[in-house]
Design a protein around this ligand. Structure first.
Ligand SMILES: Nc1ncnc2c1ncn2[C@@H]1O[C@H](COP(=O)(O)OP(=O)(O)OP(=O)(O)O)[C@@H](O)[C@H]1O
Length: 431
């Protein structure tokens, strides 16, 4: 959920060159406290996610049901302040924090009624976020109605308004693909796994587009593995490069089942939209140039995501429009003239005499110029990172990353691409 309210973040981290707006929890960070431990009321729990919305609880897991916690004011940003182990209505018990986004916090809870673990998004008590949450609920209910097998998008279980916070109850899923990459020191997924992720991602996008819905915020953070289970396997790439024993292994998910989350920015696709959408690295050129966007902006994001899963890190690591466009031209070649001609008033400044990109003349620094120059062409990039199926993958990516949205592959067309239909080991098409 980003779109209009999204802020750009400065470079801060050495390891991940893409600064994230929040730390992630739950999958790789141990629970905040052992279930039996009782902490004293008012004692701060220092959580490695740097949350200041958690206070220690005087409730333990054996606390009586139906006891509501005392009323507390929200924090200054409208986040609900909670304690691990206390109730959220009489039905749910808070177990741990799973994540945090612009719109609120996601907590792992125990559902006393259905006897299952759930993930509850507690939305900030701010009017615009409450309104957006109601739209997200509408979208989730529409998706649930049509996704009879429940395999494409996260399932909504329930929702309620609690102390001025909209709470959305979801089935509990595993880590996001971004979390998984991060935990693996940003080592890439094998190409056959990328193919499976890509297929499911495109099926989910095609399903949404059939319902006339555009996700608008597709990114590895919003694609969750269904299961948290993983296996350790030898990392042959590192084996060849290092003589040390320690870095020989990487983690791989046991199952490659994934689902989409975060429908807070989802919108209807009946007409072109003009406001800025998508998280920066996954943002399509028509959005940056103010040309109006529609369904194809999701397919551009899918292209960026597939490359990231093969590389381990984002392709367009930038926070600035001109640099972003220069990176695109470096990887994909020049932008079509008719798009340059139509650039809106805000983006005219990125071009020289309305003909070509104002690059490198307009670069803000030498560092920025270097960041663009170091990017290879798409073909070389894929060949450097993929051991087989490179030709098919390059062709698919060229279709997904077409500048002109009207020429970009549609989700269903992409699913018929040889990258998905050809058996990679035998080079033949299955029936
Ligand atoms: N069903 C779920 N199961 C497990 N974890 C979840 C689930 N839903 C969300 N999360 C975790 O919570 C994080 C935030 O969720 P979500 O993206 O829906 O919130 P948001 O406020 O809309 O975020 P954003 O700022 O990206 O718009 C996710 O990245 C993920 O780590």
């Amino acid at each position: 959920m980003e779109s209009q309210w999204m802020a750009e973040y400065p470079h801060t981290s050495v390891v991940d060159k893409r600064p994230r707006k929040r730390a992630r929890a739950a999958w790789d960070i141990p629970p905040l406290m052992p279930p039996s431990k009782v902490l004293y009321c008012g004692q701060e729990v220092v959580n490695s996610t740097s949350s200041n919305h958690v206070i220690a609880s005087s409730y333990d897991y054996g606390a009586p049901r139906n006891v509501s916690p005392p009323w507390r004011d929200d924090d200054k940003n409208g986040h609900y302040i909670y304690a691990i182990g206390e109730n959220l209505t009489s039905r749910y018990r808070i177990l741990s924090k799973m994540g945090e986004g612009t719109f609120g916090q996601v907590l792992e809870c125990w559902d006393h009624e259905n006897k299952e673990l759930v993930a509850i998004k507690i939305v900030r008590s701010i009017h615009k976020y409450r309104e957006a949450a109601m739209i997200e609920i509408d979208v989730l209910q529409k998706l649930a109605k049509h996704d009879v097998c429940g395999t494409r998008c996260v399932q909504i279980r329930n929702w309620f308004d609690y102390r001025n916070h909209i709470c959305i109850v979801f089935e509990k899923l595993g880590p996001s693909l971004y979390d998984f990459l991060r935990k693996n020191s940003f080592r890439s997924f094998p190409i056959d796994m990328v193919r499976e992720f890509g297929r499911q991602l495109l099926e989910s996008v095609a399903f949404m587009h059939d319902l006339r819905l555009i996700h608008t915020d597709l990114k590895p953070e919003n694609i969750l593995l269904v299961s948290s289970e993983y296996v350790k396997v030898p990392d042959f790439k590192l084996w060849m490069r290092t003589t040390k024993d320690c870095a020989f292994f990487k983690n791989l998910p046991k199952s490659n089942a994934i689902k989409l989350i975060d429908f807070g920015s989802t919108t209807f696709g009946h007409q072109d939209h003009s406001y800025v959408v998508s998280t920066r690295h996954y943002r399509a050129p028509e959005v940056i140039l103010g040309l109006g966007w529609n369904y194809p902006c999701d397919l551009w994001s899918v292209g960026c995501i597939l490359i990231e899963l093969c590389l381990g890190e984002a392709l367009f690591q930038t926070h600035e429009n001109l640099e972003h466009l220069a990176m695109m031209e470096r990887v994909l070649g020049p932008m079509p003239q008719h798009m340059v001609n139509r650039a809106d008033r805000g983006s005219e400044k990125y071009f020289r005499r309305g003909i070509r990109l104002n690059w490198p003349e307009g670069a803000s620094s030498r560092e920025s110029m270097r960041a663009v120059w170091k990017l290879p062409r798409l073909q070389n990039l894929v060949m450097q990172h993929v051991d087989h199926s490179a030709g098919d993958l390059i062709d698919l990516l060229q279709g997904l990353l077409r500048y002109d949205p009207s020429e970009r592959l549609k989700a269903r067309e992409a699913l018929w691409h040889p990258f998905f239909t050809r058996d990679p080991r035998r080079g033949v098409y299955p029936l």
